[in-house]
Design a protein around this ligand. Structure first.
Ligand SMILES: [Fe+2]
Length: 244
């Protein structure tokens, strides 16, 4: 597990303007698909939000206990089962509210209906819209709706870092050929992320790269999907990799 307390930095455009103080981050790799769950927490109030609860909820709860934080929210980047199959277990254990974009809510409900735990769980949902602030104790993050991998894919931006789900990986990006995927939207979402300050630390949804995290500056130099000069070039690369 990697734990980092990010410092605030000066900010620029509308995505980064007036961000709250950033939460601390604990990145935990879980399951057999190299998924990352990301724990965001306020060092003052000890309140925490868990991004994409899945696979090893018991272990995630132990990490929260070790950090002496209380999980009150689950933040969902998108509704693919490998990112949300632990929601019911997490809610059962903590009473956490599930924060998810409107376009991903049905997918999450579907995963819950299909799980034995989920059928009996009383799950409270909170819809997140683009640029909504999600408070985490005295800290917080901003939701960025970034479709392309799925219709309502969401990144969570803090002052100094961004949790990118399956939109941006270290050295890669999410596939666009699943239901709800859209290559043009993915291109636009990646361009939006690429406009973040170069020192922004990337916390992706999978450990697919050479390192667990990166920075936007490094990705702009090394990530072939961010180095594409046009949508056509991006589309050709995305589809060529898909066949590989
Ligand atoms: Fe996914």
């Amino acid at each position: 597990m990697i734990t980092t307390d990010h410092q605030q930095s000066s900010t620029g455009d509308s995505d980064t303007r007036n961000l709250p103080s950033p939460p601390a981050v604990a990145q935990v790799e879980v399951g057999l698909l190299q998924n990352f769950c990301t724990l965001l927490y306020c060092a003052d109030s000890r309140e925490a939000a868990l991004v994409d609860p899945a696979w090893e909820v018991d272990r995630l709860l132990r990490e929260a206990a070790r950090l002496d934080v209380r999980i009150t929210k689950a933040l969902i980047t998108h509704g693919h089962p490998d990112h949300v199959e632990g929601i019911a277990a997490l809610v059962s254990a903590t009473g956490a509210t599930v924060w998810v974009s409107a376009a991903e809510t049905n997918r999450v409900h579907g995963v819950l209906r299909g799980s034995a735990v989920g059928q009996g769980a009383d799950v409270a949902f909170q819809t997140v819209g683009d640029q909504d602030i999600v408070p985490i104790g005295k800290r917080g993050v901003r939701a960025l709706l970034t479709p392309g991998h799925t219709a309502g894919g969401t990144c969570f931006l803090a002052d100094g870092f961004v949790v990118t789900g399956d939109v941006l990986f270290v050295g890669g990006c999410g596939r666009t050929d699943f239901p709800g995927g859209d290559t043009s939207q993915m291109w636009a979402s990646l361009q939006r992320l690429a406009a973040l300050p170069e020192e922004t630390v990337i916390y992706p949804g999978h450990n697919y790269g050479t390192t667990p995290t990166s920075t936007m500056g490094r990705e702009l130099l090394e990530n072939p999907y961010l180095r594409c000069a046009s949508l056509d070039e991006f589309r050709a690369l995305r589809e060529r990799k898909r066949r590989a």
